[in-house]
Design a protein around this ligand. Structure first.
Ligand SMILES: *Cc1c(COP(=O)(O)O)cnc(C)c1O
Length: 357
């Protein structure tokens, strides 16, 4: 893919940048540039370019605004102590966007083009990648939207893929601490044949009211159960789940209606290397309750790119609760192992890291 570059003539000043990187928060500040490539049936993908970051002009009839034909990715660029900049398994994000694209009736953007776009933006905006201290990173948001001006219901004949980037601070300020979960019995996030396995804004739109309920109940995050029977644990709004048992085995809900996290699949490999067998199967809410009560479940954790790994504490629902499991030792060991690979402090024996700069 040929990428043309128009450098910004109004770069954020070094002083302002230092201020932002000292306390970036999440999703608040954006780098100097953005990547765009467009698709039509006649021309295929064309017009790949990096331009100054700025607002889009969209016709009010643009398809994505009405029918939510959209898919996105979430990944990070990490600065290592030697100043080099790396991403974590970017071809996995690219491959997942291909799968999401099939579900959303989008054209396919090649894995190599996706990775090239991300690399080009990060290279140009490399001064925005924070120092590694305190688990800071540059969060990367590739996304694809239906940009045809048409209110008819069919796959858009004009598609735009973009990459934007935003410096991110540590997910946990003041140290990792367990999240309290709210079990929603009213809402589900995905059904058989639905979009649960696609990374698409619609899934997030449908999770917001449940997440709001969780917050109103004094919890941090919401847990969704399967739509068919309301018995099996699926995942949180944006994180996959793991249950550690006293015999060392770890259970994680099987794929199908959940989003296949790249952190999730990395942990399956990592835990294997640490001598723990990971079983992918259905896991019921009764098993959760009884397992914690009997001590058979020793740890529970959730995982995703943003938080990496977070211990799960208490589970609550209307009229009931399950206390936190007794430990978080393995959880914290897995977390440390993953973070050390990402920041180049441990040898990358899996070949997961991709050097950008
Ligand atoms: C992105 C996402 C995850 C986590 O995936 P990672 O690739 O590990 O970041 C989990 N669940 C949902 C619903 C997601 O959108």
């Amino acid at each position: 893919m040929d990428i043309s570059t128009t450098p910004s003539s109004a770069l954020v000043s070094e002083e302002r940048l230092a201020e932002i990187l000292a306390n970036p928060g999440f999703g608040l500040h954006f780098t100097d540039h953005m990547f765009t490539v467009e698709w039509t049936p006649e021309a295929g993908w064309h017009g790949a370019r990096i331009e100054p970051y700025g607002p889009l002009t969209l016709d009010p009839a643009t398809a994505v605004l009405h029918y939510a034909q959209e898919t996105f990715e979430g990944m990070k660029a990490y600065r290592h102590e030697d100043g080099s900049i790396w991403s974590f398994r970017p071809e996995e994000n690219a491959a997942r966007m291909v799968r999401s694209s099939h579900r959303l009736a989008f054209p396919v953007l090649d894995v190599e083009d996706f990775v090239q776009a991300v690399d080009a933006l990060v290279e140009l905006d490399q001064r925005w990648v924070p120092e590694p201290a305190g688990e800071k990173s540059l969060y990367l948001r590739p996304f694809m939207i239906a940009t045809e001006k048409f209110l008819g219901v069919r796959p858009s004949q004009h598609v735009t893929f973009m990459v934007i980037a935003s410096p991110a601070g540590a997910y946990f300020k003041g140290g990792v601490k367990p999240v309290t979960l709210w079990l929603t019995e009213e809402y589900t996030r995905a059904g058989r044949g639905g979009m649960g396995a696609a990374k698409t804004g619609g899934n997030y739109a449908s999770s917001l009211v449940a997440q709001q309920e969780a917050i109103a109940q004094g919890c941090d995050q919401v847990v969704f159960l399967d739509a068919q029977e309301g018995r099996y644990v699926e995942e949180l709004g944006g994180m996959n789940m793991y249950f550690v048992h006293d015999d060392g085995t770890i259970v994680t809900p099987e794929t199908g209606t959940i989003l296949e996290g790249i952190t999730r699949s990395s942990i399956i490999e990592l835990a294997g290397k640490l001598g723990h067998q990971v079983v992918e199967r259905r896991f019921s809410i009764d098993e959760w309750r009884e397992g914690v009560a009997s001590g058979r479940i020793t740890e529970i954790f959730a995982c995703g790119t943003a938080a990496v790994v977070t211990p799960v504490g208490e589970l609550r629902w209307e009229g009931g609760s399950v206390p936190a499991p007794r430990s978080d030792d393995l959880t914290m060991r897995i977390r440390r192992a993953l973070v050390d690979i990402q920041y180049g402090r441990a040898e990358d024996t899996f070949g997961w890291m991709h050097r950008i700069v």
